[in-house]
Design a protein around this ligand. Structure first.
Ligand code: ADP
Ligand code: MG
Length: 368
């Protein structure tokens, strides 16, 4: 696969210079970092009275990102958000990040600088400090692995296995925007390379919605504050971040909690931009919301007696949450109640590595 690093600068990458630069730019850390970038390993003071959260994510060029539709800065930002969102879904506070990079020789120092710009932009907004990493050359494509740490109070973590029959299913924000943004980006790229701008520009009158959807794809928001609200007030029985698509991520919660669920199509939160996109593209917005990944919203379950408190606290804090369904007995599987009031089996359409398709075999396990 062609690696399109910035062609502007001819100078080549140098591992030791890169580490020196990183040390100079990000080496000044807070008092909890006893030893950061520059030594053999980092040493940090643990957060007193908290449990440690660890998460890691690997991004491979061509699988997770494409340098034709995202800049290095976008990729850095999103790599950070993927990890921040995992910590949000555990109800934790993020603290430190380690970054491992494998870069092809064609990659320039400017491209790496842009990557760290995006990465640290997202990290700094949430108080996360860079404390180390590793750098290697790559024979094919860019590989990026982030490891992030966080912490959470004992007995407050949000796990996937606590959902109980009768719990209400909620989601933060809106769903499907990221997939719509990605489709717009990809269509824009295809039509440009084909020498035309017809189809992609037809879609949304005025460019505001178009820009909003693309931004949601390239610069998603990790729902850390929402996760903390759920954890500190013990409002949720289970939580997961929507990174693979609502239907697939709901299936993870149901499987691990040993329950079923019914989602109501009419209750799925859709942005005006996503609705406009769906209308222009002749698609069902509900399908986009169920299938779309990388929204990085939180999907969580709440016992009915905590509903009032949850909704009041979310309103007071200004967080958007929507009740989209209920947890059911396991025998019912996963169901979708359509706008016509008819309940059908929910097809699980989310990305699966090594499958070569978005439809998952998990469907078979849930068919009734
Ligand atoms: P080692 O030989 O033990 O792998 P390195 O020379 O790779 O050590 O790393 C030296 C220091 O630079 C370490 O503190 C390491 O954490 C940091 N470092 C190396 N690569 C990166 C990177 N891509 N991002 C952040 N820190 C890095
Ligand atoms: Mg190394």
């Amino acid at each position: 696969m062609a690696t399109r690093c910035s062609p502007l600068v001819a100078s080549r990458l140098d591992e030791f210079r890169l580490i020196r630069d990183l040390h100079r730019r990000f080496g000044r850390t807070g008092p909890s970092v006893l030893c950061g970038i520059g030594d053999d390993a980092a040493i940090i003071r643990p957060f007193p009275g908290h449990h440690l959260i660890l998460t890691t994510d690997l991004l491979a060029e061509g699988v997770h990102f494409n340098l034709g539709t995202a800049t290095f800065e976008d990729v850095g930002y999103k790599a950070a958000v993927a990890n921040l969102s995992d910590i949000a879904a555990m109800g934790g506070i993020p603290h430190y990040v380690l970054v491992a990079l494998a870069l092809p020789a064609s990659c320039t120092p400017v491209a790496v600088e842009q990557f760290y710009q995006g990465l640290m932009g997202a990290c700094r907004s949430h108080g996360v400090q860079l404390v180390g990493g590793d750098t290697s050359s790559s024979l094919r494509g860019v590989f990026i692995s982030l490891t992030m740490t966080g912490s959470v109070e004992p007995r407050r973590a949000l796990t996937r296995d606590g959902a109980r029959e009768g719990d209400l299913v909620y989601v933060t924000g809106t769903l499907g925007d990221s997939l719509a943004g990605l489709t717009l980006l990809a269509a824009g790229r295809t039509s440009r390379s084909a020498g035309g701008t017809r189809r992609s520009r037809l879609l949304l009158h005025g460019d505001r919605y178009r820009r909003a959807l693309i931004l949601r794809h390239l610069r998603p928001t990790p729902r850390l504050k929402e996760g903390r609200l759920l954890a500190t007030h013990r409002l949720a029985t289970a939580a997961i971040d929507v990174s693979d698509g609502l239907s697939g991520d709901l299936a993870h919660v149901c499987e691990q909690s040993n329950v079923g669920a019914e989602i109501e199509a009419a209750a799925l939160p859709l942005s005006p931009a996503c609705r406009a996109y769906a209308a222009a593209a002749g698609l069902d917005p509900v399908g986009i919301a169920l299938r779309g990944g990388e929204d990085y919203e939180l999907l969580f379950t709440v016992p009915p007696d905590k509903r009032t408190t949850l909704e009041r606290r979310a309103r007071e804090a200004g967080y958007r949450i929507s009740r989209i369904g209920t947890i059911q007995p396991k025998q019912l599987g996963l169901r979708l109640k359509g706008r016509d009031g008819v309940s059908r089996r929910l097809r699980i359409l989310s990305y699966r590595h090594f499958q070569g398709s978005r439809a998952t075999q998990r469907e078979a396990a849930w068919s009734h």
